[in-house]
Design a protein around this ligand. Structure first.
Ligand code: NDP
Ligand code: PYC
Length: 344
């Protein structure tokens, strides 16, 4: 829900309050401090950029996953080098954020050295938006692409039964002196978290997002969550979603969304699988013509915004500037639900 849980009372929080609340909720439920802080950084960034489906709302499922017992709250990410271009981090059935933080440092070093590199994360529980990851790499002068499966919630184009996850793809392109060009979207018509927020707010969803259990189009979020979500762009989104499954699942020897759903055993925990992150060094690829490359890229961005269209992430960056001075608004109901998770 782009506008949070609409028509409801809200609570104002500073970014530090969001961060401290997130750490407290997680650590009081048994999560190790380093994991809790890495997760809190991503949740705070999501709330700051007004990505409500991936802000403090996610603490509800993080705690459910912790209490379920499959998630390892103090997992130690294990790094191994698969080849000069590929670093692997086994997240050890912990959340993905710490694995990304340790692995991305090596990813960036490798891409700087040999031009292109991959970070493979295995055995991670993954709930977050991908833009914080690709953005962090672009801020270091590299282009980046990331993808991950989830649970099987999405029907293939032409079908009505869930096979794919909501399978996000995120891309970032570095722009010296400016925010990078970033997009990050689910290959389903919308992230599942957004449908859950509609259900919480008692709001209908648009037609085209999902079908109910009988395979009929629905505007009811609860029926959508029980039925199957739909891909964006029909067969095109469906093929992209299959690509995410293959590149961030079987290619890495890790689970597809179907397997992640089975692994969950009906608990409703965060999906558990792999993630693939690629980094590209423009200096190596452009081979001495990087300045030309930058100029051509900027001319393309100018041609987009020059006609009144907006770049992806522009809304997010505007929200960031606002939140950094004014803090954020969270629905009072969500705030109270999150507070109730604190133990001890
Ligand atoms: P949206 O449809 O809200 O947005 C997708 C992208 O399109 C954003 O980069 C957005 O920029 C951009 N955009 C939106 N409107 C326009 C426009 N008019 N012109 C140009 N660009 C536009 O996202 P989704 O619901 O598909 O996904 C939301 C989040 O959910 C993502 O961050 C994704 O990573 C996360 N997710 C995570 C999963 C996981 O397994 N970990 C699974 C599925 C989703 P802006 O933000 O500025 O509006
Ligand atoms: O909103 O679709 C989603 C999602 C799945 C896993 C994390 N977020």
């Amino acid at each position: 829900i782009a506008d949070e849980e609409c028509n409801v009372d809200t609570v104002s929080l500073s970014l530090d309050e969001v961060y401290q609340l997130s750490v407290r909720v997680l650590t009081s439920n048994g999560m190790a401090d380093d994991h809790a802080r890495a997760i809190a950084r991503v949740i705070t960034a999501g709330q700051r950029d007004e990505c409500h489906s991936h802000g403090i709302y996610r603490l509800l499922v993080c705690v459910r996953s912790l209490r379920d017992g499959k998630l390892v709250g103090d997992a130690k990410p294990q790094i191994s080098e698969l080849s000069p271009a590929i670093v692997r981090v086994d997240a050890g059935f912990g959340y993905s954020q710490l694995a990304f933080e340790v692995g991305s440092k090596i990813l960036v070093e490798k891409a700087r050295k040999i031009g292109i590199a991959a970070l493979v994360i295995n055995n991670c529980f993954h709930f977050s938006a991908l833009w914080p990851e690709v953005e962090a790499i672009a801020e270091q002068g590299l282009a980046a692409l990331a993808m991950t499966p989830s649970h099987s919630w999405v029907a293939p184009a032409g079908g009505t039964k869930p096979v794919f996850g909501t399978n996000p793809i995120a891309f970032a392109w570095p722009r010296p002196g400016k925010f990078p060009f970033v997009f990050d979207f689910a290959t389903s018509a919308i992230a599942r978290g957004d449908i859950e927020l509609h259900r919480r707010a008692g709001k209908d969803i648009p037609l085209g997002w999902a079908v109910d259990e009988a395979g009929q189009p629905t505007t009811n979020p609860a029926a959508a969550l029980k039925g199957a979500m739909l891909t964006f762009g029909g067969h095109k989104g469906s093929a992209l979603s299959a690509m995410v499954e293959l590149l961030a699942g079987p290619l890495l020897g890790d689970l597809t969304s179907l397997e992640s759903q089975k692994f969950d055993e009906g608990v409703g925990a965060t999906p558990c699988h792999g993630e693939l992150v690629l980094a590209f060094n423009p200096e190596t690829f452009a081979a001495g013509k990087q300045a030309d490359g930058e100029r051509f890229a900027e001319a393309m961005f100018d041609a987009i915004v020059g006609q009144g269209a907006r770049l992806p992430s522009q809304r997010r960056f505007e929200a960031r500037v606002r939140s950094e001075t004014k803090g954020v608004q969270v629905s009072a109901q969500l705030y109270s639900d999150v507070q109730a998770l604190i133990r001890g």
